[in-house]
Design a protein around this ligand. Structure first.
Ligand code: 6PG
Length: 226
């Protein structure tokens, strides 16, 4: 399916309203809204704008697309960033955190099992998000799917511990099988320096891991800051 591209000077507000609209639709359709959060810096402003909206937060099931291998109160933690930006003021019905403080493989297996338990609750073989938010790195990575890393070739598991040589350390990341099972995937990019990378991903350049995000039965959107 061809991606939908939204170019905007108000990425935070537009992204927030898009997420809220997806939530309304999912809650109408399924009684809940399963949202997967992106890490990094870009989403912080989107999450802060989202916190100002009037949503039925109790019906939200929030997961994370990746996590650094740090405790939840570490400045590097994606959970901490999202908590400060909106989770603490909205209190979603279910918040499924990746335990970055645990040994990487243990944390990945734990999260895989948590998602699998919820998937079984919904009668699914693999957890199916209503919406996954993703960022784009300057090397074309997304979540913690970095160029040349093992997680890129994962075809079975939904969550893995991925060794990233540039950090000489592990990240916990969701995989293409989980990401591409989503009903909707939305990239949030607000950096003009990434314009050429976006073009490469839109052309499906395999050098960029974000090119592998091709929802099998879902929509793909790009919110690009102008
Ligand atoms: C992370 C993210 C990562 C991020 C990109 C873009 O844990 O850092 O999952 O994939 O989305 O690196 O980050 P910015 O939005 O801060 O540029």
């Amino acid at each position: 399916m061809k991606p939908e591209i939204i170019r905007t000077v108000t990425l935070a507000e537009d992204g927030a309203h898009f997420i809220a609209d997806c939530a309304t639709q999912s809650i109408d359709d399924y009684g809940h809204f399963r949202l997967c959060l992106s890490g990094g810096n870009t989403p912080r402003a989107v999450y802060a704008a989202l916190a100002l909206l009037d949503c039925d937060w109790s019906k939200w099931i929030v997961t994370f697309g990746d996590e650094r291998c740090v405790p939840p109160d570490d400045p590097q933690s994606n959970y901490r960033m999202a908590s400060e930006a909106f989770l603490l003021v909205t209190t979603p019905g279910e918040l499924l955190r990746i335990h970055g403080e645990h040994p990487p493989e243990e944390a990945a297996l734990e999260y895989e099992n948590i998602l699998q338990q919820v998937a079984m609750r919904f009668g699914e073989e693999r957890y199916r998000h209503d919406l996954i938010l993703l960022g784009l790195g300057e090397d074309g990575h997304t979540a913690s799917l970095f160029p040349g890393t093992k997680a890129l070739s994962e075809t079975r598991r939904s969550v893995v511990a991925n060794f990233v040589p540039k950090f000489n350390g592990y990240r916990i990341t969701t995989t293409y099988p989980l990401i591409n099972a989503a009903r909707k995937v939305a990239f949030l990019v607000n950096d003009p320096k990434k314009a050429h990378i976006i073009e490469g991903v839109l052309q499906r350049d395999p050098a960029y891991p974000a090119s592998g995000v091709q929802p099998a039965m879902g929509a793909l959107l790009w919110f690009i800051g102008k």
